[in-house]
Design a protein around this ligand. Structure first.
Ligand SMILES: CC(C)(COP(=O)(O)OP(=O)(O)OC[C@H]1O[C@@H](n2cnc3c(N)ncnc32)[C@H](O)[C@@H]1OP(=O)(O)O)[C@@H](O)C(=O)NCCC(=O)NCCSC(=O)C[C@H](O)C(=O)O
Ligand SMILES: [Mg+2]
Length: 382
């Protein structure tokens, strides 16, 4: 039974299948929000660190070939994520968990690459061991725990408390952050509450494959567009002045994910956390992958998942502002140092609001180039 259905029937095996009103009773007061949830746990962060996270590169720690590549990917990928959930088959779950513990212990991730994990879903038989083993063994190396199929703030509250308990038990020095995947209709409906459910919330990713299934969309893909989701140009008029329905009519493929990404971006921005596009499953279609990533970037996302090494470079390119945009932003800043008033640049009006957009671009460029000398050089020459 789904949680939504369990909640509707007021029964079921999910003790946290509560209504939104009920869930608000579990909210901490503003004063307590930044207090540790267990004695001995580290103090929660008041601001999510804005570390470069253009790509979250997935690897299966139970796959020896992939695991062997991890040390060489440090410094190449902003985030390396040891995946324990979907794509890891049931009889490899323990090997994946133990593989990740070994990788976390034996790899020096340096200053610029974060180590994340995606744990199994909260209704699975593996999740408790995932959390217990990883947090107590390698909690100080793990930056972020990605939680799949988050349905509402109650899921984050559960993770929040248990992480605090395990951090205290394992003597973890800094709080592990939490990233939710938006992949159910109920999660989508609760996205604003999920984003603000805990000071641990680092960000949210779109999980288009599970979300499509849960919404009963009629697609069979992992992210990206669909040729059937389109608009068609109106028919031209025929010789008799009536619409010519038989004539050529261009079609324009539409973005299946526009609404979802835009809503996720708003929820994240409202709560000071980071939005991400998720996976693009057609590994060979690097062009459409770049398009999907760029749509997400333009709408406000800071990164996307990379499932194959080839997607790391795509994400790096897309989620770093272009030299052209950085150069333009600098011109606007030079023309309006304090961001007030209105000026004309290349025939276009720039004012406080476009100045603020330029500041977003410049801040991102600065942050990224601090870790990336090649990018720094490109921006310097822009
Ligand atoms: C997609 C893959 C199964 C493709 O693997 P493969 O057929 O082996 O690709 P290649 O032959 O091109 O691989 C070349 C070499 O690169 C290594 N490789 C491949 N992928 C990775 C990787 N992710 N990290 C590190 N190294 C990788 C291969 O081992 C080859 O090595 P070698 O033989 O030594 O040259 C595979 O890429 C893959 O499994 N990727 C990860 C898939 C995954 O994590 N899926 C889950 C995330 S998506 C999801 O869960 C959906 C989401 O939740 C939602 O609901 O939307
Ligand atoms: Mg999924």
């Amino acid at each position: 039974m789904s949680r939504t259905r369990a909640a509707l029937l007021g029964c079921g095996r999910y003790p946290y299948a509560v209504s939104r009103e009920d869930s608000s009773h579990h909210m901490r007061s503003a004063k307590d929000f930044f207090a540790p949830l267990a004695v001995g746990a580290p103090t929660p962060v008041t601001e999510v660190p804005a570390r470069p996270s253009r790509m979250i590169h997935f690897f299966d720690p139970s796959n020896p070939k992939m695991a062997a590549k991890v040390p060489d990917m440090v410094g190449v990928s902003d985030v390396l994520l040891g995946n324990l959930e979907d794509a890891v088959v049931a009889d490899k779950k323990e090997a994946a968990r133990e593989g990740l513990v070994t990788i976390a212990k034996e790899t020096d991730f340096g200053e610029h690459t974060q180590l994340w994990t995606r744990i199994n879903s909260l209704d699975s038989p593996w999740v408790l061991d995932d959390l217990t083993r990883l947090v107590t063994e390698v909690g100080d190396t793990l930056d972020v725990i990605m939680v799949p199929k988050v349905q509402g703030p109650e899921d984050i509250h559960y993770i929040d408390r248990i992480l605090a308990q395990l951090e205290a038990k394992g003597g973890v020095q800094r709080p592990i952050l939490v990233h939710a995947i938006l992949e159910t209709a109920r999660g989508m409906a609760n996205v604003e509450e999920i984003a603000g459910a805990s000071p641990r919330m680092q960000g949210i990713s779109l999980g288009p494959a599970d979300l499509a299934a849960d919404r009963r969309m009629k697609t069979t893909r992992v992210g990206g567009g669909h040729p059937g989701y389109l608009v068609r140009q109106d028919p031209a008029k025929g010789a008799d002045g009536a619409p010519d329905y038989q004539g050529e009519r261009p079609v324009f493929q539409q973005d299946l994910w526009h609404y979802t990404i835009a809503r996720m971006v708003d929820a994240c921005a409202m709560h000071g956390i980071f939005p991400f596009y998720g996976p693009f499953g057609d590994i060979k279609d690097t062009v459409a992958c770049e398009d999907q990533f760029r749509n997400a970037f333009l709408l406000g996302c800071v990164g996307a998942w990379s499932l194959h090494p080839v997607q790391i470079e795509i994400a790096k390119k897309v989620f770093s502002p272009s030299a052209e945009d950085v150069a333009h932003a600098r011109r606007v800043k030079e023309a309006m140092p304090d961001g007030r008033g209105a000026v004309m640049i290349d025939g276009k009006m720039e004012d406080d609001a476009s100045w603020k957009q330029c500041m977003v671009v410049l801040e991102l460029a600065e942050r990224l180039s601090a870790n990336d000398p090649e990018l720094a050089k490109m921006y310097e020459e822009a």
